[in-house]
Design a binder for this molecule. Structure first.
Ligand code: MCA
Ligand code: AMP
Length: 489
């Protein structure tokens, strides 16, 4: 095992105590010693609530300082964090609760109703209670060699969401590798707009910050309308985003873009494909070249454009130093450079498997190599170009959508006999879901949208419903989505 996660964090929490560390939109400012103290109090508070090492603690929170407090407190005490996407609704939430059985859920009072039956710890009240605990020392370190840090839900190559079991070691190797590869220093200023419930914001964002001791400004969420003001006031040197955020930033006036670009030494794009056109437009308008990287919840980051070398548009760069990537054909044999195959990943970044899903875990690994489900080719100089996926995953605004989940839900609604969901190209979000349905009578789109909105995250709601007489199927009954009539908006 490499460096423990706590050692990476301690470089700042203990080593840079008096240095300015954090600010948020409410005006809260903290140095690293404050973060150390706050998380010790939260750890003591977890103990008071009877939450033990190895227990799961879920959070359902928009970005706020307490998410960081909780993350640090849980890392220090060996409690397993289950971050829940704030846009999830009844069905997704119910599934995660059933899979992980958390000891408690930390959430805002207004959202408590989504978690009926679970033990709710209301966030404001919890913060007040934790804040009143007399100055507290650290809890004893977890006894296990490489404890589990988080269960993060993703659908992998199948449609059922499963908790990727990510350990302290996974986060530590990912964080320290990115700090070095992307040349973070304590003089950086990182504008954090990604949600902290996914690995892009959590594993990369928080650990590059704490691993380098730079300054972080936390936004509750990315809002295009406020981006110009935020960037010009804070003058970040570093920004991490999904392609949708960069498309939105291209809407800024030229003068603002130039000023922003002049400060921005590192703008990282990931989680969804970045088109070479956006890469070029961004460079022209902001005078800075986007750096693209590729990762997965199960593996954290796998590849990255080099910091100093060529940031080749359309590629995701070579494998990171600690990661091995093999590209294999359907028989499992490695293909030659320039030939397409599926990407397999091996290294200390790869998760232990899926929580309580031995079958899925067995299916995801071949001889210790993790099957990504992503198809790609490698150039002779090691750059990887992704070429789609084995499954029909849709990525919209950087959020993943599994058509099967929506299709299964749609056919439970009255009058819907069959459904097929596909992704259609969209300049801003990358892709948008569209549903083709066979129904008994005319479609009531509003009723469908209302039912979907109650049960599933808003980004999964199809932007259009197309009524068809039948779905094209193979002789074996599998829907041939490529034969559906094209959707005209
Ligand atoms: C989006 N919405 C939100 C939030 N983000 N609502 C509450 N809190 C949020 N944080 C909702 C809006 O209400 C709206 O819903 C819709 O999403 C789009 O919002 P809009 O303001 O129009 O924003 P946009 O300009 O289209 O940008 C959307 C976004 C968002 C901010 C880019 O998609 C986003 O935060 N994406 C990041 C996803 C992410 O972190 N992915 C990493 C996964 P409505 O449509 O109903 O009006 S980790 C991963 O994939 C791997 C490991 C990797 O490689 O990183
Ligand atoms: P998730 O299930 O959230 O872990 O999503 C991981 C998936 O996002 C990967 O398997 C890829 O298909 C996709 N992804 C991540 N980064 C990139 C990227 N830079 N370009 C294209 N797709 C990406």
């Amino acid at each position: 095992m490499g460096t423990p996660l706590i050692t990476l964090l301690d470089a700042s929490l203990l080593g840079r105590g008096s240095r300015e560390a954090f600010e948020d939109e409410s005006g809260l400012r903290l140095n690293f010693a404050d973060l150390e103290m706050r998380s010790n109090r939260w750890a003591a508070w977890l103990r008071q609530k009877g939450i033990q090492p190895g227990d799961r603690l879920a959070f359902f929170l928009a970005n706020r300082a307490e998410v960081i407090d909780l993350w640090l407190a849980c890392v220090k005490s060996g409690v397993i964090v289950v971050p829940v996407n704030i846009l999830y609704r009844e069905r997704e939430i119910h599934h995660i609760l059933a899979e992980t059985r958390p000891a408690a859920v930390v959430t805002a009072g207004k959202d408590a109703h989504f978690f009926a039956g679970a033990r709710i710890l209301e966030v404001e009240e919890s913060a007040r209670e934790a804040g009143q605990i007399p100055v507290s020392s650290r809890p004893p370190l977890p006894r296990e060699e490489d404890p589990v840090a988080a269960l993060i839900f993703t659908s992998g190559t199948t449609g059922v969401a499963k908790g990727a079991v990510l350990t302290h070691g996974n986060f530590a190797v990912n964080g320290s590798s990115l700090v070095q590869t992307w040349k973070f220093t304590e003089n950086d200023r990182y504008l954090a707009a990604l949600p902290l419930f996914h690995v892009h914001g959590l594993a990369n964002g928080l650990h590059c910050w704490l691993g380098s001791g730079c300054h972080l400004r936390l936004l509750e969420r990315f809002q295009a309308a406020r981006a110009e003001e935020e960037f010009l006031r804070y003058r970040p040197t570093v920004f991490f985003g999904v392609p949708t955020m960069y498309v939105r930033l291209l809407e800024l006036p030229a003068e603002a873009a130039r000023k922003i670009g002049a400060c921005l030494r590192l703008a990282v794009s990931g989680s969804a494909p970045l088109s070479p056109a956006i890469h070029a437009e961004f460079r022209k308008k902001f005078g800075t070249t986007l750096l693209e990287r590729y990762g997965m919840t199960e593996t954290l980051m796998n590849t990255s454009h080099p910091y100093d070398g060529e940031r080749r548009p359309g590629t995701v760069g070579p494998a990171l130093p600690h990661v091995r990537i093999a590209i294999r054909d359907l028989q499992g044999d490695e293909v030659r450079d320039g030939e397409e195959g599926e990407l397999y990943v091996k290294g200390p970044n790869v998760c232990r498997g899926y929580w309580n899903r031995e079958d899925a875990t067995r299916g995801a690994f071949v001889d210790g190599w993790f099957r990504t489900g992503d198809m790609g080719v490698r150039s002779p100089d090691g750059y990887i170009t992704l070429q789609g996926r084995r499954s029909d995953l849709i990525i919209s605004g950087g959020f993943n959508i599994y058509p099967r989940e929506i299709e299964e839900f749609l056919v439970t609604l009255p009058g819907i006999r069959e459904a097929a969901v596909v992704g259609v190209a969209d300049r801003v979000r990358g892709e948008l879901p569209v549903a083709y349905v066979v129904s008994e009578g005319p479609l009531d789109e509003n009723a469908l949208k209302e039912a979907l909105g109650r049960s599933l995250a808003s980004f999964k709601c199809p932007r259009a419903f197309v009524r068809v007489d039948h779905l094209p199927r193979t002789a074996l009954g599998k829907v041939q989505k490529h034969l559906l009539p094209p959707h005209k908006p």
